[in-house]
Design a protein around this ligand. Structure first.
Ligand SMILES: CC(C)(COP(=O)(O)OP(=O)(O)OC[C@H]1O[C@@H](n2cnc3c(N)ncnc32)[C@H](O)[C@@H]1OP(=O)(O)O)[C@@H](O)C(=O)NCCC(=O)NCCS
Length: 182
């Protein structure tokens, strides 16, 4: 993908107040060093491993490096990877999942989206709501008009999440939302 020009705004995280997080049942926040065990556990989840890009070596050391790189990926406009966190909690148990934007097309015209939710938190609407909140931030604050998701065959839960956020399947396995994406 082409790198964005200098006028493109920096990637910023959604600011969720305590009240909004408590109302929503989740918050969106940066990754922290202490989240590494939760990330390793997610990488070992069979559905996360099957349907998302997991490192070949899903070890604590790789998780620490990935987390250490999140700010650089944001600052270089490569990705905005956020924890879906339990409001008011910290430690590994506070990580309910992940939702992220990236890679981006030239000048942030489109962003790919990705997400996972840990197995014991699924089926409660968390992915749908967290993706919805991130998309709202991406449209309103980052001025990104279009979004793309790739869904492997056999992942109906992810299709529901996308459908409920206004995405439509444009070609098999490719879902899009936004101006000019059909
Ligand atoms: C996909 C995933 C993120 C969904 O997370 P979630 O928090 O459970 O999602 P939500 O609860 O917001 O919505 C999922 C919906 O799909 C439905 N669903 C789940 N399995 C389904 C199935 N086999 N067939 C049809 N619908 C299904 C759920 O019932 C729910 O709908 P409901 O609210 O009417 O009950 C989660 O399953 C996951 O982490 N999977 C592994 C990683 C992954 O696939 N990431 C996406 C890559 S494209």
């Amino acid at each position: 993908m082409d790198s964005p020009g200098p006028q493109v705004p920096p990637l910023t995280e959604p600011m969720m107040s305590v009240a909004e997080a408590e109302r929503s049942g989740f918050t969106l926040r940066p990754w922290l060093t202490e989240d590494a065990p939760a990330l390793v556990a997610a990488w070992h989840d069979p559905d996360v491993a099957r349907f998302t890009a997991v490192p070949d070596d899903p070890s604590p050391a790789v998780a620490q490096r990935w987390i250490a790189g999140w700010e650089r990926r944001r600052d270089q406009r490569l990705a905005l990877d956020l924890v879906i966190g339990r409001p008011g909690a910290d430690g590994p148990d506070s990580v309910l999942g992940e939702v992220g934007l990236g890679p981006f097309s030239k000048r942030l015209a489109t962003a790919h989206v990705g997400y996972w939710v840990r197995s014991d938190a699924r089926g409660c609407g968390i992915a749908t709501a967290a993706l919805g909140r991130l998309l709202e931030h991406a449209v309103d604050q980052l001025r990104i008009p279009g979004f793309i998701a790739r869904v492997e065959p056999g992942n109906p839960a992810s299709e529901v999440v996308l459908d409920r956020n206004g995405f439509r399947e444009t070609t098999p396995g490719v879902w899009a939302r936004g101006a000019g994406l059909r």
